[in-house]
Design a binder for this molecule. Structure first.
Ligand code: 6GU
Length: 217
């Protein structure tokens, strides 16, 4: 069982994904547990404060360290083995298929979604956490990024998707994005499927597929 926790101010952004693959099957089979933890529950006051303006001036608000720290501690205290703690931020290391493979093997992981202009850096150090980004562009918050990281990782857990064949290449290599695919009809609006795929010569087809991959790591 893999236990994945997501600390966020907007659990409702992530929740709908849990009803669809690969989350759905992995949850049904008890391969994973996903808990959405509302950061607001760890606010510093009754008004629900979780943020403050930045030191040194600057636009917007920054997530304060205490609610983030307390939210993570409340999750971590119930775990027997140390969780991998990851803050989602455009400042972080760029997520890739190899990191997804690692996360697919992790027993416990806590993902923390930033919002506003970011979070107090001291909490990252205090929790000895990692920072992950999903690419060089800026989102308004980490929820979409956390969903990307989870979806990508969970589909690599054996049993999480029905078609295990789809994972074969990914488990032998770090990852690959396959050749383009074609379905019926054979000719559509004057465009025909590559002839080699229609001739039944399996060796030629296999070598066409290899040469037509988008990327292999
Ligand atoms: Cl993880 N968070 C935000 N806010 N923006 C991003 C990102 C994460 N990754 C790329 N852009």
């Amino acid at each position: 069982m893999h236990n994945y926790y997501v600390v966020t101010l907007f659990p409702e952004l992530i929740e709908p994904y849990l009803a669809h693959l690969p989350f759905k099957r992995a949850l049904e089979k008890n391969l994973i547990q996903v808990r959405l933890v509302n950061l607001r529950d760890f606010a510093i006051d009754k008004r629900g404060t979780v943020d403050s303006p930045p030191y040194g001036s600057g636009p917007g608000m920054i997530l304060r360290p205490e609610p983030l720290y307390n939210a993570v501690q409340s999750v971590a205290k119930g775990l027997t083995n140390n969780p991998r703690i990851i803050f989602l931020t455009p400042r972080g290391k760029t997520f890739n298929q190899q990191i997804a493979q690692e996360i697919a093997k992790a027993e416990n992981m806590i993902l923390i979604c930033g919002r506003y202009e970011g979070f107090d850096q001291r909490v990252v150090e205090e929790l000895q956490a990692e920072e992950l980004s999903i690419g060089k562009y800026v989102l308004s918050g980490g929820e979409a990024a956390a969903t990307v990281v989870l979806e990508c990782s969970i589909r690599l857990i054996p049993g999480a998707i029905d078609n295990a064949k789809a994972l074969v290449n990914e488990s032998f290599n770090t990852a690959n994005v396959e050749h383009p695919q074609y379905a019926r009809p054979q000719t559509w609006r004057g465009r025909s499927v590559p002839k080699i795929l229609t001739e039944g010569h399996h060796k030629k087809i296999a070598s066409w597929k290899l040469s037509a991959k988008a990327w292999v790591e």
